[in-house]
Design a protein. Structure first.
Length: 77
């Protein structure tokens, strides 16, 4: 979950940078880097078996999801 949230933090920063200057061609290299990190993050995230979470893990999972959703909403509009 920590690597998932860290990835989202980087992605949000990237999207803010893109929003500020969408014609910046150097962002293409950054985008490629994020896609590689995304694949790694998805692999790690898929290893979480949500039905096997104890109460503390489930609470942490929900907290992370709430924070991530809030961060993504910041760059969505």
């Amino acid at each position: 979950m920590d690597s998932y949230e860290a990835f989202i933090d980087e992605y949000v920063a990237f999207m803010k940078k893109y929003s500020d200057n969408p014609s910046d061609v150097s962002l293409l290299a950054d985008y490629t880097k994020y896609m590689s990190k995304y694949a790694d993050m998805v692999e790690k995230f898929d290893k979480w078996e949500s039905e096997d979470l104890n109460d503390a893990e489930l609470a942490y999972y929900i907290d992370v999801q709430a924070r991530v959703s809030k961060k993504l909403l910041e760059v969505a509009g």
